[in-house]
Design a protein around this ligand. Sequence first.
Ligand SMILES: *Cc1c(COP(=O)(O)O)cnc(C)c1O
Length: 393
Amino acid sequence: MTYHANEKGYYGEFGGAFIPEMLYPNTEELRQNYIRIMEEPSFKEEFDQLLRDYVGRPTPLYFAERLSKKYKAKLYLKREDLCHTGAHKVNNTIGQILMAKKLGKNRIIAETGAGQHGVATATVCALMGIDCVVYMGEIDIARQAPNVARMKMLGAEVRPALSGSRTLKDATNEAIRDWINNPVDTHYIIGSVVGPHPYPDMVARFQSVISEEIKWQLKEKEGRENPDYVVACVGGGSNAAGAYYHYLDTPEVGIIAVEAAGKGIDTGESAATSALGKEGIIHGSKTLLMQTADGQITEPYSISAGLDYPGVGPMHAHLFRSGRGEFISITDDEAMIAGLEVSQLEGIIPAIETSHAFAILNHRKFKEDDIVVINLSGRGDKDLNTYIDYFKL
Ligand SMILES: *Cc1c(COP(=O)(O)O)cnc(C)c1O
């Protein structure tokens, strides 16, 4: 029994590759090569060196003393907010740009919603001197001007998606269209553990450095590799997949996944996929997603741009369905209050995505000697305006 993907990219009943025939050659090339390439010593060496010297890994595992005292448990924070560019996303884009180079690709495309994945992609393209086109919905371009400016400054071309709701899903459609038309020279960097096989497994492997480090860091600090619980917020699920990865098949480590309830699960303005989702196919994989009775994707809502996604990766759908993971949803208000509290108790301003993970401390009681690792997926600088408006700072 394993909670990892099987050879066909299935996590239990979820995953797989449901793609148009025209995309088959692209994903097939990746599928046939990704594990072999990741296991090559020269790949590993370059990946590790860039994670160390460019991203700043290992990120610290920090014992949060004041937070622990307040919530009566041993709380450790895995500091992904200290990665270059301010979040975990760069672990994946570094891995994928190296993969693209090994496959002989000289052009990168990506989709982005709030712009965080676009920035992480533009960053590694600048690092490698590779052409970069980022598709972004026209509405999102208007809403996320600072990230658009960052991508341009890094040398990427930002192409507006003008169809449909002009947001993330439309940008994804444009990126797929581009890839179909440019199968030979272009690699498509997907930003989370979503999409057709092999993307969810490949992205999870790149992010798995998070739990690899937690194991030896916790061993140093507590004399044991396994915490009692690992907690992470879930948008598509990549920071969570990385934090859980080396604990998936260790049942004594509890897995807690935190989703965005938005204004409340029953308000119609939510992104709590496990509570509201039904089986369906989105972006090439079978998973849980929020949809209408006719199977059309429902627009999700969350105050945090990174959790505002109508599905979850297939790993998480399986963790939910099998009962291996405990899923908790947190409203906008609860997250904002938790973000302010962590700022004032620990001197760390978390991304609003991560604030959702902290907010469970008010819902979920732990034992006093429980060791709980919370994955601090990103820093809150990008969210300062939202915090300012909310708290009238
Ligand atoms: C993008 C983002 C997320 C959500 O993406 P996952 O793939 O679910 O990790 C969470 N936290 C931060 C800080 C992000 O930037």
